[in-house]
Design a protein around this ligand. Structure first.
Ligand code: PNW
Length: 490
């Protein structure tokens, strides 16, 4: 049909950046090698192994610490413009503090970065992708207001060590997962389970960590290093189930709770937490007999520090939800979802990945960007993650993932056509890795990794060839089939 053939001719701009993403704990292994300190995932998986579905951990993972040259070879095979990875704070600062810098850790990242640069692959660094040094957790982690000083100290070491070559910095990966899942629930380390309280305290402190690291770069590094600093949120497509006022209001609260508490203080016109949600939490707190709202406030000085403190917004996007008002009372009181009082809906016809939460929702990537653009017009966006899981024993021919990716890539073109300032896209993930509480039972890699093999052999899936062809031609070709499953460097 005409519409389809016209669509197929759309081309990505030459300067659009394509890459893949990973995170330190999920791929590196070498958990206690060459002076690395213990982090909260080491601690949790070693002391409480049954919380991980297959009782596994990231002790070895994809063993990138010893295989980094192979990783870069894969980046070259795909023809990537950029590679997003994270630094392990405890590999660089074993106790969390900068009085003791582990030179072996710095050397490892220098080798990794230099290997990428040799082949013109732009390194994009995430400072924090969930692996806090255990010593800092014992001092309160993101419950402590001092965390923003500790984070600033760590950011300084990273800028000083790598900033001559690294021009793209993400302070945090997904504040929601850190604060809600880690502090307000039990689905991520440190499993604090301080429902209705931990999430909001963490949110405030994490925003200030980001703001201090941003200003540090601005004040002391930007003029010499000329890079950019941003933050990555997990943003799904949240839509009201019906157009009733109740569902529309519930969906607004949902968006504010899921990402607004982390984005509004930085990107919003007034700074501070989102108003409707702050009001809701204050009301509920009063009803529940709290002396003050469970959601802390920013001082004027803190508000000013955070407001506008980002050069771009990173977005990890995976799925969508419909929201309706009201819920079934199965959440503890107080808790984040009790505060929101909403119910989720996913149509059963949406395709489901190997992860229980990962449905392919129609046009969810475009809708997500459009919702953000309405709140924060003109923002510079990067999609810093997007991907689809398959089962560990599934075939290398991952056609369902290819279907998901092509739909997402069409949405990138839709967003560019709509005039959004979208600069790049990172597929999650370069290779299979430790999928947090799910261990190795869900696989997101363009490359399969054999976790039974001491060499952690990496083998391309069909989606790797499809991504490579996209990067080569800059068009989405629905007829493309790889000639063989043998990968080469072109
Ligand atoms: C991301 N959601 O987490 C993480 O950044 C990765 O480390 C992880 O491996 C990957 O996605 C796959 O799970 C997510 O709300 C957090 O839909 C939240 C959502 C999706 C992914």
């Amino acid at each position: 049909c005409l519409a389809a053939s016209v669509k197929q001719q759309r081309k990505f701009p030459d300067d659009f950046i394509f890459g893949t993403a990973t995170a330190s704990y999920q791929i590196e292994g070498a958990w206690d090698e060459d002076g690395k300190g213990e982090n909260i995932w080491d601690y949790m998986t070693h002391n409480n192994p049954t919380v991980i579905k297959d009782l596994s951990n990231g002790d070895i993972a994809a063993d990138t610490y010893h295989n980094y040259k192979r990783d870069v070879e894969m980046m070259r095979e795909l023809g990537l413009d950029a590679y997003r990875f994270s630094l392990s704070w405890a590999r660089i600062l074993p106790t969390g503090f900068s009085n003791n810098i582990n030179q072996a850790g710095i050397d490892f990242y220098n080798n990794y970065i230099n290997e990428m640069l040799k082949y013109n692959i732009q390194p994009m660094i995430t400072l924090y992708h969930w692996d806090l040094p255990q010593k800092l957790q014992e001092l309160g982690g993101f419950s402590s207001p001092l965390i923003s000083d500790w984070f600033e100290e760590y950011a300084r070491v990273a800028y000083e060590s790598f900033g001559d070559r690294v021009k793209f910095w993400i302070t945090f990966n997904e504040p929601r997962e850190v604060c809600y899942q880690g502090y307000g629930w039990t689905t991520m380390a440190p499993m604090l389970n301080a429902t209705g309280v931990g999430t909001y305290i963490c949110a405030k402190h994490l925003v200030l960590c980001h703001a201090k690291a941003y200003h540090l770069y601005n004040n002391e590094f930007r003029s010499k290093q000329n890079g950019i600093v941003g933050i990555t949120y997990s943003v799904n497509d949240f839509r009201p189930l019906t157009d009733s006022d109740e569902d529309i209001a519930a969906n607004i609260l949902r968006r504010q709770g899921e990402y607004g508490i982390y984005s509004e203080p930085i990107f919003g016109p007034d700074g501070g937490f989102p108003k409707e949600l702050a009001k809701r939490v204050a009301e509920k707190s009063a009803q529940q007999g709290y002396a003050k709202s469970r959601m802390p406030e920013f001082t004027d000085e803190e508000r000013k520090l955070a407001k506008g403190a980002s050069d771009f917004m990173g977005i990890n996007h995976y799925t969508g939800y419909f929201t309706s008002a009201g819920y079934d009372n199965s959440y503890p009181v107080p808790s984040f979802y009790d505060d929101l009082s909403i119910t989720d809906h996913r149509p059963s016809e949406w395709p489901l990945a190997a992860s229980s939460w990962l449905y392919q929702a129609p046009d969810s990537l475009f809708n997500t960007l459009a919702a953000l653009e309405e709140l924060y017009p003109g923002t510079e966006y990067y999609i810093t993650e997007n991907g689809w899981s398959v089962a560990p024993d599934s075939s290398l021919v991952d056609d369902d993932r290819i279907r998901y990716y092509r739909a997402a890539w069409e949405n990138l073109l839709d967003a560019i056509d709509a005039g959004f300032n979208l600069k790049g896209y990172m597929a999650w993930s370069l290779m299979d890795n430790f999928e947090w509480m799910q261990g190795y039972t869900e696989r997101f890699g363009l490359y399969h990794v054999d976790f039974e093999d001491p060499a952690r052999t990496r083998t391309p899936r069909k989606s790797a060839f499809v991504y490579k062809e996209l990067l080569r031609t800059r068009v989405i070709d629905y007829d493309f089939e790889p000639e063989s499953m043998v990968m080469t460097i072109d």
